[in-house]
Design a binder for this molecule. Structure first.
Ligand code: SAM
Ligand code: FES
Length: 346
C-alpha cells in the first residue's frame, strides 16, 4: 500500500515531489484510498450534511476577456443580460422560501452594475434576511470597494486564483490581468474579514502537473475557508474551443487531496463536475466535497450564463434544482442542511 495518502492525512501536507507523484499516479486504487480518507475526514466535521448555496447569476456582461470563458467580452455571439435589483431580490425571496440561507451573487465584471448599486443591493438583502449569509463572486475590485461590500453586510467572497503559476496565468488571460493582482485581492479580502474562497480549473489549457502542485501549495498557504475547483470545459466561442476538457478522475483526486490538506474547508461539488459526468456532483461529495450550489437564477436567463458548453441546469426541467439535488444527495446517503453553513469555528 502506498504510504502517501496516510502521510497526507496525518500531516495535512506533502513535499512537492510527493504531490507530483500522486497526480502522476492517479489509479483507481489510489483514488479510492484518498477518497475514503477524505470522506471520513469530512464526515468527522460535517457528518452526512451537505451545505447548500443558492446561486444567482445576475449579469453575464464582463469587461474581461479571459480566454477560456464563454462570457468574455470578446465573445460577440453571447446574448447578454443583466437582472434588475428587483429580479435579484425576487430570486432571494424564492430561495428563502425553498430553505436557502446563503445567497451567492455571481456575475461577470459588469461596469454598468456599479459598486454603488451593488452596495445598495447587499444592504437590502442584509436587512431583509438577517439570518442569511451573502456570498459575492464579482472578480477583482479595489480594496476600498471590498471594504464597502463587507460593511454593507456581505460575509463571503469567492475569487478563484485560476492558476498559481504566472506563466500559465498569462496563457489563460490577456496581459492586463495579472496573477499578482489576483493574489493581492485575495489578501485584501482575508484582511477585511471575509470568509474567502479560492480555487482553480482542473485540466485548463496548457496546465502541467507542476502547475497543479503550485496550486496546491498556494491554496495551503492562503488557508482559505472555501475552495472551488472544477474541470475546465471548452466553450465554442472562445480561443480554447478545441482544447480538451479536464477529467472527472483528476478533479476527484484533487478534491480528496484538498480535503486532506484543509479538513475544515467548504468545498463544493461544482456544476462543471455535474456537466462532465451525470453523477459528477455525487462523486464529488463522495470524494470529500461538502457543498452544492443549485441555481436560483430565473430559468429564462440560465442558458445565457454560458461559461462552457453543455452546462447542466439550464433548461425548463431545472426550475427545481434544489429538489433535484436534495434527492441526488439522499441517493448517496447525504442530507442537505438548510442553515447558513459557515466555516466551522475552532
Ligand atoms: N467574474 C468573477 C470572477 O472572475 O471571479 C466570477 C465569474 S467567473 C465566470 C467564475 C468562474 O468560472 C471562474 O473563476 C472560472 O474558474 C470558471 N470558468 C470560467 N470559464 C470556465 C470554463 N470554460 N470551464 C470551467 N470553468 C470556467
Ligand atoms: Fe439543477 Fe438537477 S441540480 S436540474
Amino acid at each position: 500500500m502506498n504510504k502517501l495518502p496516510a502521510k497526507l492525512e496525518k500531516e495535512q501536507f506533502l513535499e512537492k515531489d510527493e504531490f507530483k507523484w500522486l497526480l502522476e499516479n492517479n489509479t483507481p486504487e489510489l483514488r479510492a484510498d484518498l477518497s475514503n480518507r477524505a470522506k471520513r475526514v469530512a464526515g468527522e466535521i460535517f457528518g452526512n450534511g451537505v451545505y447548500v448555496r443558492g446561486l444567482i447569476e445576475f449579469s453575464n456582461y464582463c469587461k474581461n476577456d479571459c480566454y477560456y470563458c464563454g462570457i468574455r467580452c470578446g465573445n460577440e455571439q453571447a446574448h447578454r443580460y443583466r437582472l434588475s435589483e428587483q429580479e435579484i431580490l425576487d430570486c432571494c425571496a424564492i430561495g428563502y422560501d425553498l430553505g436557502f440561507r446563503t445567497f451567492v451573487l455571481q456575475g461577470g465584471e459588469d461596469p454598468d452594475f456599479s459598486d454603488e448599486m451593488m452596495i445598495k443591493l447587499i444592504g437590502k438583502i442584509r436587512s431583509d434576511y438577517d439570518d442569511c449569509a451573502i456570498t459575492l463572486s464579482l472578480g477583482e475590485r479595489p480594496r476600498a470597494v471590498y471594504e464597502a461590500f463587507f460593511t454593507a453586510g456581505a460575509n463571503r467572497y469567492l475569487l478563484r486564483h485560476e492558476t498559481a503559476s504566472a506563466e500559465h496565468y498569462r496563457k489563460l488571460h490577456p496581459r492586463e490581468l495579472r496573477l499578482e493582482n489576483r493574489k493581492e485581492c485575495l489578501t485584501h479580502l482575508k484582511e477585511i474579514g471575509f470568509q474567502v474562497g479560492t480555487g482553480f480549473m482542473v485540466g485548463s489549457p496548457h496546465q502541467t502537473v507542476e502547475n497543479l502542485v503550485a496550486d496546491l501549495l498556494f491554496t495551503k498557504e492562503l488557508n482559505p475557508q472555501m475552495i472551488g475547483i472544477g474541470p475546465f470545459i471548452p466553450h465554442q466561442h472562445t480561443p480554447y474551443k478545441d482544447a480538451k476538457a479536464g477529467t472527472l478522475e483528476e478533479t476527484l483526486l484533487l478534491i480528496s487531496i484538498l480535503r486532506l490538506m484543509l479538513p475544515k474547508a467548504l468545498i463544493p461539488a461544482t456544476t462543471a463536475l455535474g456537466t462532465i459526468d451525470p453523477n459528477g456532483r455525487e462523486a464529488g461529495i463522495l470524494a470529500g466535497a461538502n457543498v452544492v450550489m443549485p441555481n436560483l437564477s430565473p430559468v429564462s436567463v440560465r442558458k445565457d450564463y454560458s461559461l462552457y458548453d453543455n452546462k447542466i441546469c439550464t433548461g425548463d426541467e431545472a426550475a427545481e434544482c434544489r429538489v433535484c439535488l436534495s434527492n441526488r444527495m439522499k441517493g448517496i446517503g447525504y442530507e442537505i442542511l438548510t442553515h447558513r453553513g459557515d466555516y466551522p469555528k475552532d
